[in-house]
Design a protein around this ligand. Structure first.
Ligand code: PEP
Ligand code: MG
Length: 569
């Protein structure tokens, strides 16, 4: 028995065999030519066999998969033997290229062609790029890339997951996640919480866990036990039989009826429909860049109108906060960002891309206004990565010019939290992006597992910046006058911290007006919030603010919320 420690990012205790995510397939050399002892026909046959093997393997996996993963695996299976792909590769083989390089080039050509067609066809681009990597792996005898297939449920171990891996992660098969990299705000953490999967990130020693080893993970404590004993087995059984949470009532309040609306974070119309079913009171963050990840050209206005409209449609008469493109750093969009920047998290990201690619933001606001006009949702618009009051003012002018009445900003740069009053006197609302606010306050990359203890939204420095933002909003309201149309100044939180039920109570106690989270967290946050009065929440907030460390703040608050243990949270 061996215990590996990491950072618990999604609560739950499960037991299962480990299975490792293989490394990405390396690009075959551009000048790879087949030898004189091989023939064109022989190489084409090798390619065809590999493509058929990939197709059959994906079909087999699709048969036992569920939900989105099933659909994606089936679509990719069809693509594997697509005549257009194989014909294009065949031409390169005729010119002497190895099948590996030939299919790599052909995949690129087909992807570019699909991209140029736009709409549904453009969405298939990722499938082509995925399938070409699978064919190359098959030709070279390498393990297929992406989430591994298995007939039995398993705990996935990896260095880190990419947003694209989400599509093939089947929660019926993957019952827990362990990564050696990644912090509490990494993609793995966000994905795990949205799927409700117990997860530990930043478990540096987990790279040495062999496939098939039995693992126990505790996603609240942040521990991974290899070859667990009786105590862990019992803990997993107890967790499986825990008190189940009642579904979210559809109204976030404290025990004495103080309202803290609970909203959802989404990336598509489909997510929004699921959020409505889960009882979200509105959308607190629509990450528009998620609608266009993997695109290398700017989506047209009409395409954007459709994408945003599908979210607005799910919340008639309800608040929907849409965020303009937050491209850059870990979410590059080739048509907006320069991936060769030496320090992308501190580079041209979010609102700053308006400096380097003028016009894209204006067209996006135009599309948002058209979509808002066609639906009943109460649409609020915010810009990411705002650092100064001038930027906030310029963004507000752009919004009103586009006919969007409620402009706001993300507060995720410490400078913006410090200058909250000046910023909030120029816009109608703020939403605290605690994922970035934490990484920038602590100067700790949110993707880095090794710095995960710094990258913790419980850090009192982060909590103090949140308080400063709320105080700034109240001061801006007072300056505007309570009867002004500019009041009130809503301050929400849409970072992952809002999905931590204990921290959500602290945020409410700090005076945050709304909390936005993955729909999965609505029930647990709603239940824990309803277990305290607003006065108790304020006391817990004071306790957390006064702590000297993140660990001290967390422990002090959690010990006063007994419901957490009962619910296994
Ligand atoms: C944040 O930074 O907290 C946030 C919500 O934005 P994102 O995670 O998309 O950067
Ligand atoms: Mg952010």
């Amino acid at each position: 028995m061996r215990t590996i420690t990491g950072i618990g990012v999604s609560a739950g205790r499960v037991l299962g065999p480990s299975l490792r995510m293989p490394p990405p397939v390396p690009e075959p050399a551009a000048d790879a030519r087949f030898g004189a002892d091989q023939t064109v026909d022989g190489e084409k046959a090798r390619l065809k066999d590999a493509a058929e093997d990939v197709r059959d393997d994906l079909r087999h996996r699709a048969e036992t998969a569920s939900g989105d993963a099933k659909a994606v695996l089936n679509a990719t299976a069809m693509m594997a033997t697509d005549p257009m792909l194989l014909k294009a590769a065949g031409k390169h083989i005729n010119a002497g290229m190895t099948p590996e390089r030939a299919v790599w080039e052909a995949g690129m050509e087909v992807a570019a062609m699909l991209q140029s067609l736009g709409g549904y066809m453009a969405e298939r681009t990722q499938d082509v790029l995925d399938v070409r990597a699978r064919i190359v792996a098959q030709l070279d005898g390498l393990p297929p890339p992406g989430i591994p297939g298995s007939d039995v449920p398993f705990i996935l171990t990896a260095e880190e997951l990419a947003p694209a891996d989400t599509a093939t992660l089947d929660p019926a098969k993957v019952i827990g996640l362990v990564t050696s990299g990644g912090g509490p705000q990494s993609h793995t953490a966000i994905l795990a919480r949205s799927l409700g999967l117990p997860a530990v990130v930043g478990a540096v020693e987990s790279d040495s866990i062999p496939d098939g080893a039995e693992l126990f993970i505790d996603g609240a404590a942040g521990t991974v036990v290899v070859e667990p004993g009786t105590a862990e087995r019992e803990a997993a059984q107890k967790y499986a039989a825990r008190v189940s949470l009642p579904p979210f009532s559809g109204k976030g309040t404290t025990s004495d009826g103080y309202a803290v609306p609970l909203l959802a974070n989404v990336g598509s119309g489909k997510d929004a429909r699921a959020a409505a079913v889960a009882g979200a009171e509105g959308i607190g963050l629509l990450r528009t860049e998620f609608c266009f990840l993997g695109r290398d050209s700017e989506p047209g206005v009409e395409e954007q109108v459709q994408a945003y409209g599908s979210v607005f449609e799910a919340f008639p008469g309800r608040k929907v906060v849409i965020r303009t493109l937050d491209a850059g750093a870990d979410k590059p969009l080739p048509f907006l960002t320069d991936t060769t920047e030496p320090n992308p998290a501190l580079g041209v990201r979010g609102y700053r891309t308006d400096r380097t690619s003028p016009g894209v933001l204006a067209r996006q606001l135009e599309a948002i206004a058209i979509a808002a006009g066609a639906h009943e949702a109460d649409v609020w618009v915010m810009a990411p990565m705002i650092a100064t009051a001038d930027e906030a003012a310029d963004f507000a002018v752009m919004c009103t010019g586009a006919g969007l009445a409620i402009p706001g900003v993300m507060i995720e740069v410490p400078a913006a939290a410090v200058m909250a009053q000046a910023i909030l006197s120029r816009v109608r609302f703020a939403s605290l992006g605690t994922n970035d606010l934490t990484q920038y306050t602590m100067a700790a990359d949110r993707q880095l597992g090794s710095l995960a203890s710094l990258n913790d939204p419980w850090q009192p420095a982060v909590l103090r910046l949140i308080k400063n933002t709320v105080d700034g909003a109240r001061a801006a309201e007072a300056a505007a006058g309570s009867d002004s149309v500019e009041s009130p100044k809503n301050v929400g939180v849409c970072g992952e911290s809002a999905a931590d039920p204990a921290l959500a109570v602290v945020l409410a106690g700090l005076g945050v007006n709304t909390l936005s989270m993955t729909p999965r967290a609505l029930a647990s946050v709603g239940a824990v919030l309803a277990s305290v009065s607003i006065a108790e929440a304020k006391d817990l907030a004071s306790l957390a603010l006064a702590a000297a460390s993140a660990a001290e703040a967390r422990t002090a608050v959690r010990s006063r919320l007994p419901l957490l243990e009962e619910l296994g949270l």
